[in-house]
Ligand binder design. Sequence first.
Ligand SMILES: [Mg+2]
Length: 236
Amino acid sequence: MSVFGLTEVIDAVALQAREGRLGIVVLDLDSTAIDTRPRQHRILRDFAAGHGDLQLSELVEQIPEAELGYRIEAPLERRGYTDAASLAALHAFWGACFFTDAYCVHDRANPGAAAFARRVFGAGGLVYYLTGRPEQMAQGTLQVLCREGFPILSGRAVLHMKPDVGLGDHGFKRGAMKEIGRLGGRVVATFENEPAHAAAFLEAFPRAVHFLVGDIRSPQAPEPHPGLVAIPSFHG
Ligand SMILES: [Mg+2]
């Protein structure tokens, strides 16, 4: 299992195509195929610009995009910023901005992700983008996928988004797996940054290879299942 890499995924997709079956590759978007840190950075800077707190503004200027992770408050807290009311206001501002078309257009592809998706498509596979983003972000998400070179304008690409913003990501993805199973193809590989979702994929599709990408995880993330293949990026 551990020697299985991205090239083997493409080979497996091509084999399915030669045998007349649709090979399916499931790709999570945020922090897997897509880097959301430019979006986070923009939210942080826009908050600082409108907040009127000189100390906060100066600290925000020092925070590089690469430092942004799961919680937008964390880089400020690491620099000793403790104003609880401002941090709460930042969190609320983040909540109002993060899941919007206007901000998600600042996203960009993670290195190698779009090229890999094109290789899956080129080998005859179905690229299935499965994301916890709500459908209200469809326009911005499609715009970014197109701009960054991901296959989307074809019959062998699916963008499956959460129909209800209140639905939990895990329950949504578990439900989506049943729908993927009804497509009639064969899931060859899945790609996720969250160990819990990746483990659920492994349970649902035990014959596929399940990759855990990068190192951005939710704070409550469990230890990765030993059956997952960890890769640092789509260059790895
Ligand atoms: Mg993700």
